[in-house]
Design a protein around this ligand. Structure first.
Ligand code: PEP
Ligand code: MN
Length: 447
């Protein structure tokens, strides 16, 4: 099947219903903003997107592993050198452990530099008898519960662009400027193991990495990969007016690319086959991921493949399963089996966060570390039983010591949640919980 990938074709989504779009109060103001965004330089380059697609093809073939992680919702205030650095540090530390455990390259993808827009289950929120629009991410409105903050303001789309740009600039500098040096990253992991209440359990793994590094050093190996790290940017392609304004023709090929981020994903709430999001994504050449919740049928998955990967191009399409720990063993096997039988080569990634959310007695939305781990374990079990490749994990995390998810080796209790509950949307694993998870997933892989 031949898909028309020109810029003109990338506008076809406008004829279809688009779920989860804000009610902008002034359409003319929105048009003025998108016209300005259309003149801005690309945030990422088509060639970088192709490179990521090639790496995801290796994942689909079982030769690489994905680590995708970052905030549920980035905030404009969160664009500081410290916060971005600590998020990257956490991702790099997790990646070092996972590289050793999986013995394949780990493709590092941030939920970062563009993850500013949120789909919501309710259009409004009521507090103390006052009803206001829900917070839809910093790209749309403000989190504060006032009529002024909650009114969608298209000027925010420009701030989203500039915040993404500043973040990407930092990522590029950290990734290649010596900060991502593998020896350094491993030293941080050693500190984590030494300081963790259950660190002893991870000693053997950390020592294994020590030995591997020493062996390579003794051999005189010093590849450039030890000194820098490729980190890609991804976000949910939710606000189609923004995405369309940042869609450009690749001069090499004449094809349209989203230049707002390397990988775009379509969320569980916007993956309708006849909806605008799938239509938009079908027309750009970036690698695309789709979240699949517990109600997904094999026919849904096959139809998504036909729409988004008609040429069956490995690396083009990834499925991110977010079933919940209690559903994954029931729902995932049939999906994987039928997708595999269809001949499509997708990368399978586990999001163990979104199917495991509950409200604590204190009213905080939270997740239990053990439930997150249980879903990852289920994901691995399904793939091992079918002989397919568990291609990666997708995690909501931060480099800060927040108290948003409960459990973990340095245990966060339900009564601790109020201490540092800072997320603008869903609860994130903190730095320790993220590293804990990486070590535990490493143990799963090596079992
Ligand atoms: C998210 O990733 O923050 C999200 C809303 O996920 P999902 O579409 O899987 O619910
Ligand atoms: Mn989320």
């Amino acid at each position: 099947m031949n898909v028309d990938h020109t810029l003109a074709a990338a506008d076809s989504w406008r004829r279809l219903p688009a779920a989860q779009q804000p009610s902008w109060p002034d359409p003319d103001a929105l048009r003025a903003v998108t016209a300005e965004l259309e003149t801005y330089p690309p945030l990422v380059f088509a060639g970088e997107c192709d490179e990521l697609r090639d790496q995801l093809a290796a994942v689909a073939r079982g030769e690489a592993f994905v680590l995708q992680g970052g905030d549920c919702a980035e905030t404009f205030d969160g664009v500081s050198a410290d916060q971005v650095r600590d998020k990257l540090k956490t991702l790099l530390q997790m990646s070092a452990v996972l590289t050793y455990a999986t013995a394949v390259p780990v493709v590092k993808i941030g939920r970062i530099a563009g993850q500013y827009s949120k789909p919501r289950s309710q259009p409004t929120e009521t507090r103390g008898g006052v009803e206001l629009p829900t917070y839809r991410g910093d790209s749309v409105n403000g989190l504060a519960f006032t009529a002024e903050a909650r009114t969608p303001d298209p000027e925010r789309l420009k701030r989203m662009y500039h915040s993404s740009s500043a973040t990407l600039n930092l990522i590029r500098a950290f990734a290649t400027g010596g900060y991502a040096d593998l020896r350094q990253v491993h030293e941080w992991n050693r500190d984590f193991v030494a300081g963790s209440p259950i660190g002893e359990r991870y000693e053997r793994l950390a020592r294994g990495i020590d030995d591997a590094l020493s062996f390579l050093e003794a051999c005189g190996a010093d590849p450039s990969q030890f000194h820098s790290a490729g980190i890609y940017a991804s976000h949910e392609a939710l606000l189609l007016d923004y995405e369309a304004a940042l869609t450009r023709t690749d001069l090499r090929t004449g094809s349209a690319y989203a230049v707002s981020g390397h990988l775009l994903w379509i969320g569980e709430r916007t993956r309708q086959l006849d909806g605008a999001h799938v239509e938009y994504a079908s027309k750009v050449r970036n690698p695309i991921a789709v979240k699949l919740g517990p109600t997904t049928t094999p026919d849904d998955a096959l139809a998504l493949i036909d729409r988004l990967d008609p040429d069956r191009e490995p690396g083009r399409l990834s499925f991110i399963a977010r079933m919940g720990k209690d559903r994954i063993l029931d729902v995932l096997p049939d999906l994987v089996e039928k997708v595999t039988a269809s001949g499509a080569q997708v990368a399978w990634i586990s999001d163990p966060m979104h199917g495991n959310t509950f409200t604590a007695p204190s009213g905080h939305k939270t997740r239990h570390f053990d439930d997150v781990l249980a879903e990852v374990r289920g994901f691995f079990d399904v793939h091992h039983a079918l002989g397919t490749h568990p291609g990666g994990i997708h995690i909501e995390l931060t480099g800060d010591n927040v108290t948003e998810c409960v459990g973990g080796g340095d245990e966060v209790l339900v009564d601790d949640l109020h201490r540092r509950y800072e997320t603008a949307c869903d609860p994130r694993l903190n730095r320790f919980q993220s590293l804990d998870l990486a070590f535990q997933v490493a143990e799963l892989v090596r079992d």
